[in-house]
Structures are given as C-alpha cells and as structure tokens.
Design a protein around this ligand. Structure first.
Ligand code: ADP
Ligand code: MG
Length: 336
C-alpha cells in the first residue's frame, strides 16, 4: 500500500495535499530547546512562540531565504508535518509514500539531495522534486507543455521567483531575495524611523495584510489601522494610526526591485516568447501577490496585463498535486 502526497516546501508556509485535499497548511517554522537540542514544536504551534521565546527556546525558519539554513531543523519539520497528516496519523506505521516535493529554485544540488533524503527517511519510496515556477504554472492552469511562452512571478516569503516557461522547460528565470519577509522588515523600519515605534515581526505582518499597499492610489483603500508597540524614546507602550499610503511609501523601494527583476527577465526573453507574453500577460502567485495594487503597478511598469492566480497561496501546492497525479505526463520536469 502506497500513499501519494504532494508537498510545497515554502520559505514561509508548507502545504501538503493528500487524497486531493490540502491537509497541512502551516508556517515553515520549528522551535528548538537550546538545552536538549530537541525540536519541541513545528508549524502553527512554533509560530505562536515566535518573538515570545525565552533564552532556552529558539524558533527557526529552516528555509527562510530560499536556502536551507538548518538541515536538521528542516528534516524534523518535513517529517513532523508528514507524520501529522490526519489520515496517516491513525496508522501504526507510516505507509510507503510516493511524493512530489516543490522546492524554491534557489536551492543547491546539495540542499535538494538533503530534502530528498529527509523524505526517504520518512518512508518516501518514490520521491520527485519539482521547481517552484513549474509547479506554480501548473497550479495556475497553464498548459506548460505547449510551445508557448508564459511568465510566472511567484512572490513568497523569502524569495520572488520569476520565470518564463515554454515546452515544459524554464527558458529564463530569476530568483531575488525580495519578497514578503523584506516587506515586513520595511514596515518595522518605517514604524521605527517615522513613528518612533518599535513593533515586532508579527505586528508588522498584520500591518502588511491589513493596510499594505504597493501604491498610494487605490480604488478601494482600507481603513487606517491602530498599531500598538513600544515608544523608542520613552520606553512606554503606545498606539499610532497608520494608513495604506504610509505603507506604500515604506514598501516602495523593495517593490521597485521586484519590478526591475521582472523587467530584466523580460529583456532576456527570446523574441518569439516575448510575443506570446505580450498576448498572455504575466501571472502572479504566492502570498506576496495579494499585496494591494501590486498587480496594477507591475502592469503599469511592463505595459502588460497582469493576473493574480486564484487562491495564490495554494497555487504551488495545487500544481505539485497535479504533477503527482500525472507523473508520466510530467516526467520530464520532475527531478528524480
Ligand atoms: P512561500 O511560498 O515562500 O512559503 P507564500 O506564498 O506562502 O510563501 O507567501 C507568504 C508571504 O505572503 C508572507 O510573507 C506573508 O506575509 C505574505 N502574505 C500573505 N497574505 C498577504 C496579503 N494579504 N498581503 C500581502 N502579503 C501577504
Ligand atoms: Mg511558495
């Protein structure tokens, strides 16, 4: 008896599909006890400890910048997520697994092997890896085997992956370390320098989601948000109001760098494929693509239509799941 599972091993979130359903959707975080070295929590549980740990507990994001920062932690994370799949948890032994795992394109051969070996150690009998832009394209519903160029921009937590895909291959691509995490840090920096307010990562991420914007011109702007933190001058807790316009200012430089990377990839695209992209436009995926006005801004910059994938946080795992269901069709793009 073999069970099939598809994993999107993201820098911010790990998602797993089993029997056509997303059964795991958790932050890619582990918490380790510094004294014993043991991993004490993964996923949501570990994420709640973030920023609130004492000196004996450390939270780690093993894939934070699109590279594996901590091999041991990433292996424990993969294995704990697999073991917590509800249908497998009931079984006495982990069944033999056939799996397709989506990895950030920036990771090295050594890191790829490490991911594969980690999967094999949790009883992965047949393990395939797939590159993120490919999985995203499949998940968006693009027929990647066609002799037609498509551009995908996947804005995740640690990296933005830009790729032009045609005939089942990546024609040109670029991976930049400017994505959701950098946006969050931009907000922390902005609050500190403009409001003398010290906010943590969790608060900054909330600001990004509630009033985040890529432009100061939104058709349906969100209401201002009250933000609490610590006043840097007095040391006392205080509250300030922030508007989407301020966040647009805070994020402007980072978004410009993403725009530049998109432009650069377009300029490296062979002319025939560029002609296709002129007609098909650019597809956005990943959590970062949900930033208000980002699609419009990229569209203005490139003069191309820009579409956001349906449920962009799940596009990659959806595509990985589709590859898993039809391994013979996608054999040429799966890495054994
Ligand atoms: P990864 O594939 O690297 O794990 P995801 O595609 O899961 O990344 O995206 C996670 C990122 O998306 C995080 O930085 C998160 O803050 C960001 N994000 C999620 N929702 C939104 C939103 N509504 N607006 C802006 N950013 C968002
Ligand atoms: Mg991703």
């Amino acid at each position: 008896m073999t069970e099939d599972i598809a994993i999107d091993l993201g820098t911010a979130n790990t998602l797993i599909i089993h029997n056509d359903k997303v059964v795991i959707d958790s932050p890619s975080i582990v918490a380790r006890d510094r004294v014993t070295g043991k991993i004490i929590a993964v996923g949501k549980e570990a994420s709640m400890m973030q920023g609130k740990t004492h000196e004996n507990i450390k939270t780690i994001r093993p894939l934070k910048d699109g590279v594996i920062a901590d091999f041991d932690a990433s292996e424990k994370m993969i294995s704990m997520f697999i073991k917590s799949i509800p249908a497998l948890k009931k079984k006495m032994f982990t069944p033999a697994l056939r799996m397709v795992v989506c990895i950030p394109s920036g990771i090295t051969e050594v890191e790829m092997r490490a991911v594969k070996e980690s999967c094999e150690r949790v009883n992965g009998k047949e393990v395939y890896l797939i590159h993120e832009p490919m999985a995203a394209a499949i998940g968006i519903g693009i027929d990647i085997m066609q002799p037609k160029g498509n551009m995908i921009v996947d804005i995740g937590g640690g990296t933005t992956e830009i790729a032009v895909i045609a005939l089942g291959g990546i024609v040109c691509d670029k991976s930049v370390k400017i994505a959701g995490d950098v946006f969050t840090n931009d907000i922390i920096y902005y609050m500190r320098t403009q409001h003398n307010l010290f906010v943590g990562e969790t608060t900054a991420e909330k600001i990004k989601i509630q009033v985040g914007s890529a432009t100061d011109q939104l058709e349906t702007p969100p209401d201002d948000m009250s933000v609490q933190g610590r006043d840097l001058l007095t040391g006392k807790p205080k509250q300030v109001e922030v508007s989407f316009r301020e966040i647009a200012k805070a994020l402007d430089k980072s978004i410009q760098r993403i725009e530049d990377a998109v432009m650069e990839t377009l300029s490296q695209t062979p002319p025939e494929l560029a002609a296709d992209i002129y007609n098909t436009g650019i597809y956005l995926a990943g959590g970062g693509s949900m930033l208000r006005g980002l699609d419009k801004r990229i569209s203005l910059k490139t003069d191309l239509p820009v579409y956001i994938a349906e449920d962009p946080l799940k596009a990659v795992v959806r595509g990985t799941g589709m590859a898993l269901k039809n391994i013979p069709k996608f054999r040429s793009i799966l890495i054994k």
